[in-house]
Write a protein that binds this ligand. Structure first.
Ligand code: HPA
Length: 278
């Protein structure tokens, strides 16, 4: 065991192992509105968070709170439906617990998905953004207090946190399917309030292209565990002050849900490429 979070994850993973037949290769963490892909799982097994000792309970609108296992286009997949957002009061240790569990179950590649507001004014609502980097604006780091080992140092290099080769695969898949896509820097903030227009202008100057309330913390932890990481944002709105309209959580959800089928197609094709050796 490398740290107390992994110890907790290992206890949860052991309970899950009794319910699944095949170790997952790919982990999909589904953010707001990204749920559709789970409908395409074959031979699926659903494990509610509530059925697992040691698992926190989550309850945000649009987040189910399950692990789903199955075959997606020939790839053994584990889907995380539900996050432990820090804006709900969870600490970084809970926020990254699903990542720790993915690792314990053998997942080597993880796709982190989210809904995000655009800071880049050339982006359009409904675009898919492939993350090329992030800015962790939460003031928290999931590796604080983690005991470093030779195999798992905590001074983790973050130069290429989002896997360059897999980003190319995603761009290719989007081109094939005619899905409008952008590449950009994601900024994670604590939330839950949306940003002020002054903050949005400041974050544009930082070099962020989109802003949201998840993902960066998970990506840091997944890289610490040496997993391959990709990140995908559904651009659900323009950042505060960049258009007339006020930002509503219900609009964020409905935009992401509207794009659900198309983005599920991207995730399915990505899983197929992974099964073929990408
Ligand atoms: N800000 C922060 N998080 C978000 C946004 C936003 O504009 N849209 C979707 N998630």
């Amino acid at each position: 065991m490398i740290n107390p979070i992994q110890e907790r994850a290992a206890l949860i993973a052991r309970q899950i192992q009794t319910k699944i037949v095949r170790s997952p290769q790919l982990g999909l963490v589904l953010g707001s509105g990204w749920g559709t892909v789970a409908e395409f799982l074959e031979d699926s097994v659903c494990v509610p968070f509530a059925s697992l000792d040691g698992m926190p309970h989550c309850g945000v609108q649009g987040h189910a709170g399950n692990f789903a296992f199955g075959n997606l286009e020939g790839c053994a997949v584990m889907i995380v439906q539900g996050r432990f957002h820090m804006y709900e009061g969870w600490g970084p240790g809970e926020a990254i617990l699903p990542i720790a569990i993915l690792y314990e179950l053998g997942v080597s590649t993880v796709v982190l998905t989210n809904a995000a507001g655009a800071l880049n004014e050339s982006f359009h609502i409904g675009d898919l953004m492939v993350l090329c980097d992030h800015i962790n604006g939460t003031g928290k780091n999931p590796l604080v207090g983690v005991h470093a080992t030779n195999e798992f140092p905590v001074f983790v290099d973050m130069t290429s946190i989002y896997d360059a080769k897999l980003r190319l695969v995603l761009n290719d898949v989007c081109d094939e399917q005619g899905v409008p896509h952008q590449t950009g820097v994601y900024m994670q903030l604590l939330g839950p309030s949306f940003e002020t227009p002054a903050e949005i202008r400041a974050f544009q100057k930082f070099g962020a292209d989109a802003v949201g309330m998840s993902t960066a913390i998970e990506a840091i932890y997944a890289r610490y565990l040496k997993m391959r990481v990709v990140g995908l944002s559904c651009i659900t709105n323009m950042g505060a002050g960049l258009c007339e309209k006020k930002i509503e959580h219900s609009d964020v959800l409905s935009c992401a849900q509207e794009r659900g089928k198309i983005f599920a197609g991207v995730l399915r094709a990505f899983a197929r490429r992974l099964a073929q050796g990408a």
